[in-house]
Design a protein around this ligand. Structure first.
Ligand code: HEC
Ligand code: HEC
Length: 118
């Protein structure tokens, strides 16, 4: 085999090895992203004590028609802000929905009036 042919066949075999892997990985990666989103959503639902359809029209998970979806999106940003500001689980607890919501859609965010002070 000539030098040139050797080089071409080397490149070709590299492509043949690399390509199927690239193609095999793409759907798997998509699947793992979907799985990650699903896990986040399951956790979020649990932390608020709700089910998927509190925020979603289940025929289209991308839709933002529901008011709860919009608030949730805001609060996801808020939670990320807390994490980025240092509540990242290293020296403090990591911020999540449960931090405020405690398993309820409407958290008790106002101090309860003590029954002793009527
Ligand atoms: C408290 C509200 C809330 C609950 C409950 C909730 N989601 Fe979501 N979900 C959202 C918001 C907000 C987004 C958009 C996030 C973004 O755009 O960053 C989203 C995004 C998604 C997406 C991605 C949609 C896309 O853009 O492709 C899927 C899929 C999804 N949710 C599924 C679920 C499932 C399944 C459940 C129940 C286990 C669930 N969600 C529960 C608010 C919620
Ligand atoms: C820093 C505290 C805090 C964090 C963290 C937080 N929330 Fe909230 N959330 C609140 C408070 C307080 C309310 C009630 C506001 C009100 O009643 O006006 C609320 C209300 C909501 C509501 C509307 C409930 C209703 O009945 O109108 C949704 C939906 C929601 N939060 C989703 C989320 C999600 C999802 C997360 C996590 C990604 C999250 N929140 C994290 C404090 C927080």
């Amino acid at each position: 085999m000539s030098r040139m042919n050797l080089r071409i066949s080397l490149i070709l075999s590299l492509v043949l090895i690399a390509l199927p892997r690239a193609f095999a990985q793409t759907p798997a990666q998509i699947k793992s992203n979907e799985e990650q989103i699903r896990q986040v959503m399951i956790t979020m639902s649990r932390q608020l004590g709700v089910t998927c359809n509190t925020c979603h029209l289940t025929e289209n998970f991308k839709s933002d028609k529901k008011e709860m979806f919009k608030v949730a999106k805001e609060h996801m940003r808020l939670t990320q802000l807390l994490i980025d500001s240092g509540m990242d689980g290293k020296k403090t607890p990591k911020a999540d929905c449960y931090l405020c919501h405690r398993g309820k859609l409407q958290p008790d965010y106002k101090e309860k009036i003590s029954p002793l002070i009527k």
